[in-house]
Write a protein that binds this ligand. Structure first.
Ligand SMILES: Cc1cc2nc3c(=O)[nH]c(=O)nc-3n(C[C@H](O)[C@H](O)[C@H](O)COP(=O)(O)O)c2cc1C
Length: 291
């Protein structure tokens, strides 16, 4: 049996350290389907409440998608509609609410494989008499707690790390108006788009000028109650730097020049977000059409 080695940890930690929101992707370089498949396989293995597996995805591959699907990609987001126009792949991550309705079947599957309960037969009976009716009655509360979105986040995060581990870049983008996409992708009513993710080979230095700012560790994590910061051991910090999980913070000295160069190559103005008028027009049009 393979022993747990330092290297195994390094790979995961380095992938975490290398992940960035990569906004500049090479539009001319398609992504191998195998690499996308590995991302999806990683998402599939993520843990879900009650094993409902509500995270579903539609992969839009620029090279093979219909013109109608490409035209349905959003005109913009709060920062950077150009990302949709240049990404060779966009993953449309969705929640399938029907999966929650089917939860009882998933629980029985867990019982069947010994992942739920000690005695299989008694567990099946208990599921039918008590647990499944309880979940049904509490479904609104459970949904309201955002737990399904947590599951989706876990799946997307795993896929994202596998993307970086394979040398790809990605950026998650919120879709402000999904009307056109729903129609073009023929999404069923029980699907909700949670986020779009651009995927491709980075056109910028994969380090994107360094790790993006984070609030101090001590301001985010506590021990045994709010207020008492979880102690941050400097030795662990040093170890994680060695393992490339903690990397140089942004910006690198050449980031400004790189951005100017990228801005010219992508035909961007000096600020992100100049597609806001187009977004407002798009949303207004959606409002008119829904009247
Ligand atoms: C759910 C979600 C939605 C996001 N939406 C956008 C977006 O619409 N446009 C964008 O440029 N970045 C978007 N981002 C990326 C964040 O801006 C980015 O994660 C943050 O600035 C930190 O940078 P980093 O991911 O490189 O560490 C989104 C990230 C998440 C997790």
């Amino acid at each position: 049996m393979k022993q747990e080695s330092q290297e195994d940890h390094m790979e995961l930690r380095e992938a975490i350290g290398r992940r960035r929101s990569t906004r500049f992707l090479r539009p001319y370089k398609p992504v191998e389907r195998e690499k996308i498949q590995r991302m999806l396989e990683a998402a599939r293995l993520a843990s879900f409440w009650g094993n409902v597996q509500a995270l579903k995805a539609i992969v839009i591959e620029r090279a093979s998608a219909s013109p109608e699907v490409i035209a349905a990609l959003p005109v913009g987001t709060a920062i950077g509609g150009f990302q949709f126009r240049s990404a060779p792949v966009v993953i449309v991550w969705c929640i399938d609410y029907q999966a929650i309705i089917n939860q009882g079947d998933r629980l029985h599957e867990l019982a069947e494989v010994g992942a739920l309960g000690v005695d299989k037969e008694k567990t099946h009976a208990y599921l039918d008499s008590t647990l499944i009716p309880f979940f049904k009655a509490a479904s609104e509360r459970i949904g309201g707690a955002g737990i399904t979105e947590v599951d989706c986040g876990q799946g997307i995060a795993q896929a994202t790390l596998v993307a970086y581990e394979q040398g790809l870049g990605t950026c998650l983008l919120a879709a402000l108006n999904d009307r056109k996409m729903r129609k073009a992708l023929k999404l069923p009513d029980n699907f909700k788009i949670v986020a779009l993710q651009t995927v491709g080979y980075p056109a910028e230095d994969p380090a994107t000028g360094g790790q993006r700012p984070r609030l101090p560790f001590e301001e985010r994590f506590y021990l045994n109650g709010y207020g008492q910061s979880f102690p941050r051991n400097p030795k662990v910090v040093e170890e994680l730097k060695q393992q490339k999980m903690l990397q140089d913070p942004a910006p690198s000295p050449d980031r400004r020049a790189e951005l100017q160069w990228l801005g010219k190559a992508y035909g961007l103005s000096d600020v992100f977000g100049d597609e806001i008028p187009a977004i407002i027009k798009d949303l207004a049009q959606a409002g008119e059409e829904s009247k």
